[in-house]
Design a protein. Structure first.
Length: 202
């Protein structure tokens, strides 16, 4: 069948597979033209999906002395790090993850903190911070034991949150303690961590 260029700008007579290799490039494919049912089941592999995944994690290397009655960002997360993201989005020193272009979406985030040398009924809080704000939802624990009130103990708290993040947003883990003598306490590094995984891209 001969190839005909019609007056309306269309071609007829082109057989299936009739175009030479390399003729159709990405620019020639209309946006959203390839639907899900046109993609073969074996084309998108786990390896390709994992390559596009975004995940980050770090555990505190050295405990940090912090004042009571304020939220503090969990820093020095340089042990056991995972940095599956664009460029250097996760700063393990400051403990802050910054959403780069193409990384926006819904994230599952988690953090934990342990405070050393607390006394009876001191309480500790942890939560996820977006753009530096104190956590909207936090987890709470109270140091409890049967000994006298001046014995030092370690109290721990963990938190998980699901947050929606846009390009340029930051997210971090924060901790809080209420040491009754109004002096600084040190975070227990083996119990202090922060991380997250993007579960839905936007």
């Amino acid at each position: 069948m001969p190839i005909t260029i019609n007056g309306d700008g269309t071609l007829t007579g082109v057989a299936v597979g009739g175009l030479p290799d390399g003729i159709v490039d990405a620019d020639m494919i209309a946006a959203n033209a390839v639907s899900a049912n046109k993609i073969q089941d074996n084309i998108i592999t786990n390896a390709k999906l994992l390559k596009q995944s975004i995940a980050f994690y770090g555990r505190q290397t050295t405990g940090v002395s912090l004042s009571p009655s304020n939220y503090h960002t969990l820093t020095d997360l340089t042990t056991g790090t995972i940095n599956q993201n664009t460029g250097s989005s996760f700063n393990t020193t400051t403990g802050v993850f910054t959403v780069a272009s193409g990384q926006e979406g819904i994230y599952f985030c988690f953090c934990g903190v342990g405070w050393s040398n607390l006394h009876r009924v001191d309480h500790v809080l942890t939560g996820i911070s977006v753009n530096g704000a104190d956590p909207v939802a936090s987890s709470r624990n109270v140091s409890q034991y049967t000994s006298n009130s001046s014995t030092d103990v370690t109290a721990m708290s963990q938190n998980i949150s699901i947050v929606s993040l846009a390009v340029g947003d930051t997210v971090s883990g924060k901790g809080y303690h209420s040491y009754q003598d109004n002096t600084s306490r040190t975070s227990a590094n083996i119990h202090t961590f922060f991380g997250g995984v993007r579960i839905v891209g936007l």
